[in-house]
Design a binder for this molecule. Structure first.
Ligand code: ADP
Length: 626
């Protein structure tokens, strides 16, 4: 029979995975058992809406059989099975087109994680097996198919017979090598302990024929071997267990068994609520950002169980968007079993649960911030952007929930600080919470605009994320202290004298500033004497609500808005350059134009904005050199 090739990309992924993803080989069993359990769940799920189906719990189980003589390990289930097409599509293709390209781009970052998200659990079988044979008969069909593969070079598929609906996965276990022992995967005791370790909470019985020696009946010293089918897993779902019985490791195993992520969870939240609504939930805050997290493809949601039965894989209504990174499950007795998705949205119980969960997540994050700062910063690195979006979205409706979760880099502390930390350190006379925006911390540090505020000894928050300023515009203030950009017109720290001096300078140099503005023809709203500059000659600031950083962000959007901040060119009248400007105005109008353009372009560069005409700019520099 002709061997069908795996898709080229599958081949590469498969090789990579076999060699690198899983550090522990034994998890292949967890992966296959989880697939079996999912397959049974699917029948369960179907029976909920299909009246012709009944689900008798006793009929559904997973069976593990080791055959030492033939070196095979078989994982059988009575689940939904696969059609020929499904066998080809689900097992013959690991990653759909596009995903390899994605992986390539990200390879440098963390190949490990990405693969985990494609659902390649099945392939982990090749870590321990030379040949994998899948015999499957789908629900509602009399025909079964046999899929077989020896690894990376392809698979065969042919019709075969099978008595009952379900799937058998037969692994031909590898021979031992000098370094590696594969025999262990045929040992009853070892298999049992792997099942206990990773799959104890699987809701269906995982059965094994266990051999034990017993005293022969009527004999005092003669033993005989008896084989007995036993259920190895306890089947009590972890969420029904008492928190005190569970260790961190149990939660981690559950996280992995459920494939919530390939990382370790940063924190788990175990809820047993018996107030207005009765429900159990186990929620996780992942450690790493899923590769598709900030894309449209990412779908938020928690698994929803009703009385231990999975009724929905991803119930989005249980999580607000700003906590969309949370993974986990909810089990409630209060939900009716036959609810359709539409009805579910209006279920009062469900919205009560969602509200409750939201508060729990918030307080878990707050206590992480308070007690485990390092972990919180890790979380913030992965999902901080989402929190900021949350502050901004829906017209700031959720800002009160989220503002205490924000962190920004502080000019003084040189690390991330919370708004509460900032405000609690503010000197009494300081009126505002100051911030400066820019591409990076290093760039902001050099911004001339920060000079005066920093000189006053005030702390400045550095905004390096493009969402930052938008989020802050929604917040407006924190604990009655307003936010103020160091580039804004009135910094609130000028003494009356300084104000007066700047005003006088503006009046005295009215003609000069007007002339400069004319030179720049519409590029700036005005030219002014600066109150904030000390050692630098120029900077740009903006008037009105739209700041220069926001202009940059909006312009960079895919269908970029053509917006302009009202820019002000600020001149340091105490700088030597100012004298040159004055002289030029009196003696040489062309020189004034040259200087004005140079200064304006310099200000643009400092802001991280492109100069309009780079050739002209470099020519201008040459002009002043000769
Ligand atoms: P994942 O389970 O993460 O989607 P896998 O590579 O483990 O990825 O499995 C691929 C698909 O093959 C599954 O999503 C499922 O549709 C199908 N599958 C695997 N094992 C079984 C099984 N025992 N019974 C029915 N379908 C299965």
């Amino acid at each position: 029979m002709a061997k069908k090739q795996f898709q080229a990309e599958s081949k590469r992924l498969l090789e990579m995975m076999i060699n690198s993803i899983y550090t522990q080989r034994e998890i292949f069993l967890r992966e296959l058992i989880s697939n079996s359990s999912d397959a049974i769940d699917k029948i369960y799920y179907k029976a909920l809406t299909d009246e012709s189906l009944t689900f008798n719990k006793e009929d559904y189980f997973i069976k593990i059989t080791a055959d030492k003589t033939n070196r095979t390990l078989t994982i059988s289930d009575t689940g939904i099975g696969m059609t020929q097409e499904e066998l080809e599509n689900n097992l013959g293709v690991i990653a759909k087109s596009g995903s390899l390209a994605f992986k390539k781009e990200n390879e440098a970052k963390d190949g490990h994680n990405i693969i985990g998200q494609f659902g390649v659990g099945f392939y982990s079988a090749f870590m321990v097996a030379d040949t994998v044979t899948v015999i499957s008969r789908p629900l509602g069909s009399d025909t079964a198919f046999k899929w077989e593969s020896e690894g990376a070079d392809g698979y065969t598929i042919e019709p075969t017979g099978k008595d009952s609906v379900g799937t058998d996965i037969i692994l031909k276990i590898k021979e031992n090598t000098e370094e590696d022992n594969y025999d262990e995967y045929l040992e009853e005791y070892r298999l049992k302990s792997i099942i206990k370790k990773y799959s104890d909470f699987i809701r269906y019985p995982i059965k094994m024929d266990i051999t034990s020696s017993k005293l022969k009946e009527g004999s005092e010293n003669e033993y005989e071997e008896t084989t007995e089918e036993q259920t190895v897993n306890s089947m009590v779902p972890i969420w029904r267990k008492n928190k005190s019985e569970l260790k961190d490791e149990d939660y981690e195993n559950f996280y992995q068994e459920k494939r919530y992520g390939f990382d370790k969870p940063l924190k788990h939240i175990h809820i047993s609520a018996d107030g207005a609504v009765v429900y159990n939930a186990i929620l996780f805050i992942p450690e790493n950002t899923p590769f598709d997290y900030y894309t449209k493809e990412y779908e938020k949601g928690l698994e929803l169980y009703s009385n231990g039965v999975l009724i929905m894989n991803k119930c989005g209504d249980l999580l607000p968007d700003y906590f969309s990174f949370v993974k986990g499950m909810v089990d409630s007795e209060d939900l009716s079993l036959n609810i359709s998705r539409e009805l579910l949205q209006h279920d009062r119980q469900l919205s009560l649960i969602a509200k409750n969960i939201k508060n729990k997540i918030k307080s878990a994050l707050q206590s992480l911030l308070k007690d485990e700062r390092e972990k919180y910063e890790k979380f913030y690195g992965a999902f901080g952007r989402q929190i900021k979006f949350g502050v901004y979205n829906d017209y700031g409706m959720n800002k009160d929930t989220l503002q205490d979760l924000l962190l920004f880099h502080s000019s003084k502390e040189k690390k991330l600080v919370s708004l509460d930390e900032y405000v609690s350190r503010m000197p009494e006379e300081q009126k505002y919470i100051y911030y400066a925006s820019g591409e990076s911390i290093e760039r902001i540090e050099k911004l001339p605009q920060t000079e005066l505020v920093a000189d006053k000894g005030y702390e400045i928050l550095y905004f390096t994320d493009d969402i930052d300023e938008f989020a802050i515009k929604m917040l407006i203030s924190y604990k009655d202290k307003e936010f103020k950009s160091v580039s804004s017109g009135d910094l609130g720290i000028d003494t009356e004298e300084q104000d007066k001096a700047a005003e006088n300078a503006d009046t005295e140099n009215k003609d000069l500033f007007e002339a400069m503005k004319d030179v720049l023809g519409g590029k700036v709203k005005s030219v002014k004497a600066s109150k904030r500059l000390k050692s630098h000659p120029v900077c740009l600031s903006s008037e009105g609500d739209l700041t220069i950083e926001m202009e940059k962000t909006l312009r960079a959007m895919p269908n970029g808005a053509d917006v302009q901040a009202d820019k002000v060119l600020e001149i340091n009248v105490n700088h030597d350059v100012f004298q040159s400007l004055k002289n030029a105005q009196e003696q040489d109008k062309e020189k004034l134009a040259l200087y004005t353009n140079l200064l304006y372009n310099q200000a643009l560069l400092i802001e991280g904005l492109p100069v309009g005409d780079p050739v002209e700019f470099t020519n201008d520099i040459c002009k002043i050199m000769v």
